[in-house]
Design a protein around this ligand. Sequence first.
Ligand SMILES: [Zn+2]
Length: 583
Amino acid sequence: MMSAQSLRGVVPRLQRVFGSLLPPHQGAARLSPCCVGPELCIASKVSMSTERNQNDGSKRKVSTAKPERTAHRGNTGSSFSLFTAGAARKRAEFTKGQMGDTLGDDAPAVTKVSKTAIPIKPLSIDEWKKLKAEGYNKTRFEVSMMEKLLSTRADVDVAKSLLVFVTMETGTVEYELLLKYLALCVQKQQLSEVLDLYVILNSRFKVLDVGAYSLFISGFSKTDHWRQAVMFLDSIKKMITPSPRNYGDIIISALWHKEVETAWRLFKEMEGKNLKPNEDTLLAFFDCGKSFCDDQYENKMMYILSYLRDNQIYPGEQLMHSIHSWFESIPGNSWEGHVTTILHSGECQVCNTVLESIQLSEEEYNLLRKHVMNDIIQGTDVFKKTTPQELQHFQTFVQNRLPFDVVIDGLNVANITAKGNQSRILLDVVSHLARQNLRLLVLGRKHMLRGTASWNKGHMAVIQKCADCFFTENISEDDPFLLYATMHSGNHCKFLSRDLMRDHKACLSDKNTRRLFFKWQRGHQLVLSRYNPGHKMKFEIIPKYDTIVQTTNNTWHIPYDEEGVERCSYEIPRKWLCLQRHN
Ligand SMILES: [Zn+2]
């Protein structure tokens, strides 16, 4: 481990900055920061904030390439269902379009035009003095200038000349300013400068904050002193839970230095803390894996794939390619990979393997039912929206009847289109399903029975002949009733609604149950995709297979996110990597 002591020799280099005028930057002869492959530099993105959003896993933003999302036609049919990647975005575009607006690129808002000019080359002390005198905010001139240099990714030498100016003016440089300078050095990969800054900060301040340690982790990880980053991580652990980025920086470095055990220990530690690894961390495991060809490493990669499965993580396109080429690099050339799509029947178009069913096993179903009943139906929030008496009344109603085949959210269905009268739409849908000899339950509100222009009494009377109906008080929330009746009826029962049930999924207490809920929802939710009064109606196709990383003896099937397609947390990818082993 490198100690502050061993770095002492480099101090003068940076300290000259504070004591003399604009010394040329002294290269990195002694502390060579070059030790990682060029791929690493591309893969590791420098994070300026300590805590990046850690829960962003399911929502993947792709900034490049304006998404082209023509629905994929062909054997997979119309693949834009409620849950297909990009569907939400498409809906948003549609809505925007209707409002006469166009959805622009995800380009950031125009940077606020600064009132103070930002230098593009190092300034002399006099020049800085002049700039400060012209500035509006003289008390925080230096800090705000450093922030501007950071946000414009300015040259480190410009920042250094600012530090010289500050030193001459005040005789010292405050922690805050040094930290921002450090951020700039990490951003610009000025690694020897980062190492110097550590010596300075460490000798001047007893304890550093999480932000500084995070930056040092980022910086040191890209140098031969990367092991020191493990100590910085330990320092952070004494204060807060480190971020996935903190772990990722070190894991990537350890892998490139072929220290698999360190990388693996940290990966398992993250897992223990429920931290989701960033994509580039996972990427490093597969990219570096090509240089190891032992069974132990292979088992670790299989473990990571199972981890993706258990946590419902879908790789991005780059990671997918890396997994693909790792498999094909396994000695023996027995694995072959292809990009594929899955037929509605659940069959892979490349290898004809039938994917795992979307249906829950009896055990899974019972577990989910128990949790839905406890967490959603009996959950305290529901009681704020309905009364215990009404809920009891409803439960008795359901329990006294035979199981239903389809439970219909009456209001939701009736509001599917602005055209036509609401009770007519509901009647059309109910009679369409009734003709298929399905036992139906329609959930509605009491106001639907009053006989208005929208709710025709005659229509409602026919609906009540075709289906069991339950009308709640006008204030009740329908979804818990819908979920209760569907779940109570059993695994075969489906429900009809366009509601995404996200709030309810969030009520479920653990990750596994939320996963089961989402799987159940995709397998049991009927969505009316096309309805024109007087014409045929069409329901979205319920997939037969589950979209999740999966394996059989000789295959892996890995759903992945296509570049340029933005997928929301409740959507699933439509492209797959198919890997087959030939014996
Ligand atoms: Zn396949």
